[in-house]
Design a protein around this ligand. Structure first.
Ligand code: AN0
Ligand code: CP
Length: 311
């Protein structure tokens, strides 16, 4: 693997999931592979899981890790040809090349604006690093995708399913703030690439990009969609059509124990308790959110391993 900016960068998904599960059983087996190699992680936004699990994964492979909260550095310009006489002190063209002098792999977290759809869809920040850095790039959640989360989710479902083709439902949840579509997008793409019977349920107006959902069934009736589900993945996202808007926060869409039935409950975290999902679900054995969070390490580790092997 050269870069991991999108799910399609995975050459063989089922083999990669198997490899991640093996790494989980023996995390230090390749502790020489990353020796004297450095991962630089750049954060334009907050993180708990991605930051800690990716650092842990890199260290399991023997790598050195340097983390930069980009707000602490110089304010970056991304526009080509900009006359930089305002507040931006350094161009990404220079910064990306400089960071490449210190890093063997660069990982980037950069959320969308949720105000400028075209700019967000151009993935300006992630793609600027991809263009100007001279080392591989890993996406730690960009404007439109969160492929490390989706890989951890794929590992989790693979570990926990007893069926050849489990039914998975992606169910929208209310949230007071406008959140990205990134987690939902990557989850849908990942489920489409697996032997999964996927249904999406959300209120009208919250349709995701149809270039991503393609022919995946969308049911506006949550109760109907949830019937016979083996896994229910709950996530809020803001409107894609009315870009970045919170159209409403209909409390009826919160996940409850009654609605969940016998399914396992999934969420990428962080989440707001008793807004997105009631305590009774999260505190029950049906919740697998902590397993998902644990698998973030092995998702990151298998990606780093495959990139290191290709350096
Ligand atoms: C972010 C999101 O929804 O994309 C990060 C999730 C991993 N969530 C929040 O900002 C609360
Ligand atoms: N799930 C996830 O990516 O969490 P963080 O935002 O805490 O990294």
């Amino acid at each position: 693997m050269r870069n991991y900016t999108k799910i399609k960068d995975i050459q063989n998904l089922s083999e990669t999931i198997k490899e991640a599960i093996l790494l989980k059983m023996n995390p230090f087996e390749f502790s020489e592979l990353g020796k004297n190699k450095t991962l630089v992680m750049l954060f334009f936004n907050s993180s708990l899981r991605t930051r800690l699990s990716t650092e842990k994964a890199a260290k399991n492979l023997g790598m050195n890790v340097t983390i930069l909260n980009v707000n602490d550095a110089w304010n970056l310009e991304f526009e080509d040809g900009a006359i930089m006489n305002m507040d931006k002190s350094e161009h990404v063209k220079d910064a990306a090349q400089v960071i490449s002098q210190y890093a063997d792999i660069i990982a980037v977290r950069a959320f969308p604006s949720l105000t400028d759809k075209a700019k967000d869809e151009s993935e300006l920040i992630l793609n600027s690093f991809k263009k100007h850095a001279t080392v591989p790039i890993i996406n730690m959640e960009s404007a439109t995708a969160h492929p490390l989360q989706a890989l951890a989710d794929a590992i989790t479902i693979t570990e926990l399913t007893e069926k050849a083709k489990p039914k998975v439902v992606l169910s929208w949840a209310p949230h007071p703030k406008a959140l990205p579509q990134a987690v939902a997008n990557s989850f849908v793409e990942m489920m489409q690439a697996m032997e999964i019977d996927l249904t999406i349920t959300h209120p009208e107006g919250y349709e995701l990009n149809d270039e991503i959902t393609k022919d995946t069934p969308i049911n506006y009736n949550q109760e109907e969609a949830l019937k016979e589900a083996d896994f229910v993945y709950v996530k809020n996202w803001s409107s894609y059509k009315d870009y970045g808007k919170v159209l409403h926060q209909d409390k009826n869409w919160m996940m409850t124990k009654a609605k969940l039935g016998h399914a396992k409950f999934m969420h990428c975290l962080p989440l707001r308790r008793n807004v997105v999902v009631e305590d009774a679900v999260l505190d029950s054995d049906q919740s697998v959110v902590i397993k998902q969070a644990n698998n973030r390490t092995y998702a990151a580790q298998v990606v780093l391993k495959q990139i290191l092997e290709n350096l």
